[in-house]
Design a binder for this molecule. Sequence first.
Ligand SMILES: C[S@@+](CC[C@H](N)C(=O)[O-])C[C@H]1O[C@@H](n2cnc3c(N)ncnc32)[C@H](O)[C@@H]1O
Length: 284
Amino acid sequence: MGAQQLDLAGLRRVYGRSGSRWFYTRVARNARHWGWTEPGQSKWRLWRAQRQLQDVLGRKLALPVGARVLDAGCGAGVVARAMAARFGLVVTGVDVLDFHLAEARRLSNRAALDDRTAFSWGDYHELPFPDDTFDGAYSMETLVHSYDPPRALAELHRVLRPGGRLVLLGPMSTVPLEELEPDARALLVPYLDAMTMTGAKLYHARNLPRLLAEAGFEVEEALDATPWYTPTSEAVYAYFRLPWEVLRRCGDPAKWLNLRSTVEMYGVREYVAWYVHTAVKPTA
Ligand SMILES: C[S@@+](CC[C@H](N)C(=O)[O-])C[C@H]1O[C@@H](n2cnc3c(N)ncnc32)[C@H](O)[C@@H]1O
């Protein structure tokens, strides 16, 4: 089903086009992730929701100040800097896109956080670190791109020390793709292909805890966080539906792949759940 190898060209298409880069830099303030809205809060405050989601991650990691943490798929390093600045963690980010890494280093330097954040090229299926290196690891909306989720989880397990903590955040299909109604599958699969979301075709809400256990983790919590994510989906759709229509008709739609995805995601929302999985590498 998946390419079984890193699809760098696909990822460059998703994140590298000028429209996508403009969208992430200017609109999302360099974050490439969704947001967390508490009941009663306004859904329109997207940056606050993103910040709150980062705080959920920091609380689930629950690691002491100075702990060494791996950010698997760090993008421009927004989450790594949040963990360093607000939770006192020492974060190493890896990513496979050189322009994301360059941006991450530049922004960390500007924030005077380059003593607590470092970024290097690395594919999370083949991490360039010895066994037992980190106290914690996380993936903020990146496992969706995995071409081999069991292998990625085995690598994360290998580089964590015994007792090390893992937090995975991101969207996934509620059931295996084969179990979706044909109409739903016809809607979802082209979307996943366009976004190089190979992992999202292989794991889903029902099998990810099992895959974590098979990789050697003890699953602490599999939280269906969809209610906290839904306000962001609604706001993003409302903000960008019309701009996307205009660009689709008058501009070059291929240039705006990510704007398109933020809008089209809304059309498949009933088949997508947003999860926060927390797991531990056992000590014995
Ligand atoms: C949705 S973005 C999230 C970026 C960052 N976590 C954030 O929240 O801002 C997904 C990131 O995963 C990276 N990525 C995809 N496949 C990867 C792999 N095999 N190894 C490392 N990073 C990968 C992409 O290059 C991209 O930067």
